[in-house]
Ligand binder design. Structure first.
Ligand SMILES: Cc1ncc(COP(=O)(O)O)c(C=O)c1O
Length: 356
């Protein structure tokens, strides 16, 4: 299906950031957006790129009342060679379609969605920052637009993609973050929606994150809903621990998001010949290892921060310092490896990079 493009008029152009070193995360969006509509019986139609602007939505749209909304997060990277790259974008759209299926929304044709997204990025190419650690964040989104009060899957949907230049996700950058182990609230239970990217999961996480922030922590580490014992994930990142010579991350049992950075780290660690385990890991095992000095490193993985080293874990009022509060060797090596692949600075034996 051909994409209709209507370019922004001069008075619709948005203010570009002037200082890339001050880019934060998530506040600046570009001149255009990609949209596409869906109706039951008709399928997806009217793919178009239009000037960025407000959506017009019926106040009874079902996304607003019943949370039928899903999204993705990925990035485009500007290489030193002048190339523009995506990192495993098909994986994001496959996950998007799994999210859609879980909350009874229509799936996308991945090639069509990728094409719309690429054309949008090329049109707003001048917005892709080139400074160290910067990128263009991409937010594919789908919401239920049918106006109806009453709980059931909607019959009409809107898919859109918005993009914006970003710098570091955490103000700490690559400096280790402090994590609060949450033993009161839970994020998701097995059988729920924790393994997909639907809005409600994030609403459910807010209160715990706010309370942790007030206590001086960057994020909360979630434990499993049934026993509050096993490590799940952190905020918007999957968690990895290095205990002695074993690299450990939680298995995908249904309540954590299968991160694309998580999968990439697992593959790299295995390729490097290290012991990589996807297994249940209790918070007691982590704190015992910290006490015995065998907890070498802890880090989060996610598109936004790539690798975010954890310098302190606090559980039931006790602070455990990890890797002397510094970024560990493996965290650093993994960060450098992934970033070099993303920005086109080294070969990509995994076939993860896609040139736009
Ligand atoms: C809850 C949650 N966990 C983990 C991740 C990391 O996933 P990815 O590596 O695909 O960005 C994200 C970010 O998308 C997330 O929202």
């Amino acid at each position: 299906m051909e994409i209709m493009i209507s370019r922004a008029k001069p008075d619709q152009l948005r203010q570009k950031p002037t200082d890339e070193s001050k880019l934060g995360f998530g506040d600046i969006l570009t001149d255009h957006m990609f949209l596409m509509d869906y109706e039951k019986g008709k399928g997806w139609f009217d793919p178009r790129i239009v000037p960025y602007g407000n959506l017009s939505i019926d106040p009874a749209a079902m996304a607003i009342h019943y949370g039928q909304e899903i999204f993705e997060g990925l990035k485009a990277y500007s290489g030193k060679d002048g190339g523009l790259y995506l990192f495993r974008p098909r994986e994001n759209f496959k996950r998007f379609n799994r999210s859609a299926a879980r909350v009874c929304m229509p799936e996308l044709d991945i090639d069509q969605a990728l094409d719309g997204m690429k054309q949008l990025i090329l049109l707003d190419r001048a917005w892709v920052p080139t400074g160290e650690g910067t990128s263009l964040y991409i937010r594919p989104t789908m919401l239920a637009t049918e106006p109806h009060l009453g709980v059931r899957p909607a019959s009409s949907y809107l898919f859109y993609v918005i993009v914006g230049p970003v710098g570091a996700y955490y103000k700490e950058g690559l400096n280790p973050v402090k994590i609060y182990v949450e033993d009161k609230y839970v994020r998701a239970a097995v059988g729920g929606t924790g393994e997909v990217k639907t809005a409600g999961n994030y609403a459910a996480s807010l209160l715990a994150a706010e309370e942790a922030k007030q206590k001086g922590f960057t994020q909360v580490l979630w434990l499993d809903a049934a026993e509050r014992r096993f490590i799940e994930e952190v905020g918007t990142m999957n968690m990895f621990f290095v205990i002695w010579d074993e690299v450990i991350t939680a298995p995908l049992t249904g309540s954590i998001l299968p991160g694309i950075t998580r999968d990439s780290v697992i593959q790299i660690v295995r390729k490097w010949g290290m012991k990589m385990s996807e297994r249940s890991l209790s918070i007691d095992e982590v704190t015992a290892a910290a006490r015995q000095g065998t907890l070498k490193e802890a880090f989060g993985t996610g598109t936004a921060a790539v690798i975010s080293p954890v310098g302190q874990i606090t559980y039931k009022g006790v602070d455990y310092i990890v890797a002397g509060g510094k970024m560990g060797d493996l965290s650093m090596k993994l960060y450098n490896e992934i970033v070099a692949i993303q920005y086109g600075e080294k070969d990509d034996p995994y076939g993860w990079r896609m040139r736009i």
